[in-house]
Design a protein around this ligand. Structure first.
Ligand code: IMP
Length: 190
């Protein structure tokens, strides 16, 4: 496990679950009587998707995309690449993108552009987290779980060097450890 002095809890599991339930209710009301396709962005959006869909009462399908924008760095490189495309066409569908976090907005801007080109009936965005102070591109966010400050966060789907996606809370890495190796971040490795 992570050493205690490396990170602080930013959003508790209870706060996340309460907010996800609210978002699910809001989405259910907005899409009542309509077709709905949720598109989750791998890997970070997976925990959010599986919790969110259990609170969406309208029938809905799911599909997945994988996009690479960060590599293993805590800073954006601005490079966006499709690693896995959707299984099915989305023309004429009501599409809701389910994302873990919108930071600079570059990834979401790219996703919106390529998905819009496929002519969905509607295209909206639901993100668990947003860092408004980091935004470089003005992307429309229809549903936002939490606005957070400019800190590197992990847990609940988000990774720290590919680890800790399983944690039920969101934690912020202390800035003095942004450059630390995994070895340095792990308990008992001093
Ligand atoms: P953007 O293109 O700068 O908006 O970055 C979006 C992507 O960067 C997200 O889908 C995450 O994969 C990653 N990301 C941004 N901030 C964080 C963070 O604080 N922790 C973990 N991943 C992050």
């Amino acid at each position: 496990m992570l050493r205690d002095d490396m990170a602080d809890t930013m959003i508790t599991a209870q706060e996340i679950q309460a907010r996800v339930a609210e978002l699910g209710q809001q989405i259910s009301a907005d899409y009542a009587g309509q077709d709905l396709l949720l598109i989750a962005v791998l890997k970070g959006g997976v925990l959010f998707l599986t919790d969110l869909m259990r609170h969406i009462s309208v029938p809905h399908a799911i599909d997945f995309m994988a996009i690479s924008s960060y590599g293993h760095s805590t800073e954006t490189t601005g490079v966006v690449r499709i690693l896995k495309d959707l299984d099915d066409p989305i023309d004429g569908r009501n599409v809701l993108i389910v994302e873990d976090i919108v930071d600079t907005g570059r990834t979401m801007d790219y996703l919106l552009r390529i998905l819009n080109a496929r002519r969905p009936a509607s295209l909206r965005v639901c993100t668990l987290l947003s860092k408004p102070s980091r935004r470089e591109l003005d992307v429309p966010l229809d549903y936002v779980g939490f606005d957070i400050p400019n800190e590197f966060v992990f847990g609940y789907g988000l990774d720290l060097r590919e680890l800790y996606r399983d944690q039920p809370f969101i934690a912020a890495l202390r800035p003095e450890y942004y450059g630390a190796s995994l070895q340095e971040l792990l308990e008992g490795s001093e």
